[in-house]
Design a protein around this ligand. Structure first.
Ligand SMILES: [Zn+2]
Length: 270
């Protein structure tokens, strides 16, 4: 599944080709994605200039002059820029012809989404309740400390709850907690101020590392696997059960929290 770093890599990859360009047309080959692609979208969007391509959590927001197209890659979606006239594959459900290019959505499992709103996208039902954006200044030591107060959830599942902080998937939660030296079993509400400081920094660092790794192989095909990119940088703890900690040599432990595997070093993380 595309994670936040992959979506950000995608955004950065396509932005130069689409920003400021005019949408020539939209072709919907298969409207039955997670939700039906709005019938009015092609007519509404055609002829409008794309002012900004933003990301909020894992949603890409295509800000046009009068409205916003909201796109989510779902479980298996990917976007790429192709030349006009490029023959579509079986799972190429959506084409946005813009500027000199065609932005094509491929989504074999069809859990992705293409939606349209003329309201501020921040107020859209899917976006309104999303948590803090981890790479923005909104996430800092004080905010993380405040968010965790009164929570009895363990810190690892807490980090993965998108109503609090968005985009910290399973790999990134384990890796961030290792970098911050925080035990994943600790109650979120007991996180100290210095731990909050280290953890907010670690989350940003982990996600930025993944984005950089995902971006390195980028050409016109966008949608490389953020996690794979991350692993080219080698993980500190993720998927390393029984192997020696890269810092202290202690065997990495694996536990299950909220049905998800958590990896940590029992010596470095307290
Ligand atoms: Zn260690």
């Amino acid at each position: 599944m595309p994670e936040l770093p992959e979506v950000e890599t995608t955004r950065r990859g396509i932005e130069p080709a689409v920003r400021g360009q005019v949408i020539r047309s939209i072709l919907v080959r298969e409207p039955r994605l997670r939700w039906r692609v709005p019938r009015e979208l092609p007519e509404e969007a055609a002829g409008q200039r794309l002012r900004e391509l933003r990301r909020r959590a894992k949603y890409l927001l295509f800000d046009l002059e009068r409205g916003t197209m909201i796109l989510h890659l779902g479980m298996s979606g990917s976007l790429r820029l192709v030349a006009p006239g490029t023959h579509p594959g079986k799972h190429d459900h959506f084409d946005l012809a813009i500027g000199e290019k065609v932005l094509r959505l491929r989504d074999p499992r069809r859990f992705g989404a293409v939606l349209w709103t003329t309201q501020p996208p921040e107020e859209h039902a899917l976006i309104r309740h999303l948590g803090v954006e981890p790479l923005s200044q909104a996430l800092n030591a004080a905010r993380l400390h405040a968010l965790t107060r009164a929570s009895r959830v363990r810190i690892k599942p807490f980090l993965m709850d998108g109503r609090r902080i968005v985009g910290v998937g399973n790999i990134y939660a384990s890796e961030s907690l290792f970098l911050a030296g925080v035990d994943p079993r600790k109650a979120a509400g007991r996180l100290s101020a210095p731990q909050s400081e280290r953890l907010s920094t670690a989350i940003k660092r982990t996600l930025r590392t993944a984005i950089r790794a995902g971006g390195s192989s980028l050409r016109d095909f966008v949608g490389s696997d953020g996690a794979q990119g991350y692993f080219q940088r080698r993980a500190w703890v993720y998927d390393r059960e029984g192997q020696p900690c890269r810092r202290c040599g202690t065997a990495i432990k694996r536990i299950v929290q909220g049905q998800r595997a958590t990896y940590f070093c029992p010596s470095c993380q307290r």
